[in-house]
Every structure is written in structure tokens, then in C-alpha cells.
Design a protein. Sequence first.
Length: 250
Amino acid sequence: GQNFARAFEVTFQTADGGLEFVWNTSWGVSTRLVGGLIMTHSDDNGLICPPRLAQYQVVIVPIYKTDDERATMVDAAQRTRATLLAAGIRVHVDAREGIKPGAKYYEWEGRGVPFRLEIGPRDVAAGTAMLARRTGGKKEPVPMDGLAERLIAEMNRMQIELLENARARREAASIRGATKAQLIQQMEGTGGFIYGGFCGERACEAEIKEQTKATIRVLPDPEFCSPNVPARCLWCDMPSIAEAVWAKAY
Ligand SMILES: [Zn+2]
């Protein structure tokens, strides 16, 4: 609508030279979306940022003991960075002095960087780097040859894995085609998302809220609807006008 535009006097010049308030959508791409990202993709070590969204998709940590080693390893890290950048990968070298590698790992893990490459003297000698994934699993040496292609494939895999895990978690917390009894039981118990038919009546919606504390969170678009959209309201058994998702708001 134009409410926001009126409040903040955001106007545009029309074809005939006049001024009009802009029309804008309300997608709320702001802190709420960031909160959703954090709650969807995180673990006890912090954020796990999906590769496509990550500011840095890869962080490179040079490993060294002496000053001589440091110069060589930072140089190797910078060359690797240039190669990956050229392949369109967002990459950062953490060459900060006076911070132990473990502390750097911990920090970048908390910030959700999907991949970490460790480059030390043994790796350089072997023409490899040590690859660690933010989603877990064992670190493994990967060849410098073809590293960018390998990382792009790894990123695609992680992106899909995170999406599939998030969908599985959502479904595990959802009951589709739920009955009235299931809605009541679920709201008294662990909560979650209840998909069911809705008659569209305010009185029915109010009664559900009063008895279960659940409210309609969304009337899903077709692509998010259940395969078998219920024909009747889960509460009053009147014909359903839409599938609705009920849950408690916190
Ligand atoms: Zn109803």
C-alpha cells in the first residue's frame, strides 16, 4: 500500500510531471527474516549460514609456527583466495596475528561461514588444503588443483542439505490434515504446526483461539499446501474455504 510512503513522504515523479506516493509491498525482509534464518539454520556453535547467502562462503586460515612460515603460508592463502575469487567464490583470509588458529575457527564457526580451509606447511608441500564444513563431519585434505570446482560442488551440496534438513524439521513439527482432537492435543503438548481446513468464520476462529490458544499463522499459497487439501473445517466441520496453519504465537 501507500501507508509507509505517506508516513515517510516517499514519492515518485509521474509521467505527466506530478508527484505520487510510491506503492510498496510488505515482505518484511528485515530483522524478522534474519531471525528466521538464525532459528532455522543454527546449532550450539552458532549460525550456519547457507552458502548462497553467506557474506564469506569460505574462510582461509593460514597455519604457521615461525615468522618465515607465516610469510609463506599467508602468501599461499592469498594466492588461493585469488583463485577462488576468480571463480566467483566469496572468500576471506584470516591472517590476523596473535590469535591462535583454534580461536579463529571458533569465531568463524559462530558467524556461520560454510567452509574453512586451513593451509599449513604440510598442506603446501602436499599441494592440498584442509577442508572443514560448518555442518560437521571430518576435516579432509583436498587438492589445490581443481579447488574452486570442488568448493562450488560442496556449496551446492550443503545448500540442498540445509534446505532438506529444514523441511524435514518443519514436517516433523507439523500435522497435516489434522483433526480437532489433534489440534487440541498438540497445543496442550509440544505445540507445532497444525494444517487443517478452515471454514472462514470469525466465530470459529475465535473459539479455536479461546480453547487452544492457537491462531492462524498463515493461509499457505498453493505450493506450500498439503497434497490433499482438506474439504472441511477441522473445528466445525463446515465446508473449508482454505487450508490454514494453526500454531501458538510466542
Ligand atoms: Zn470452522
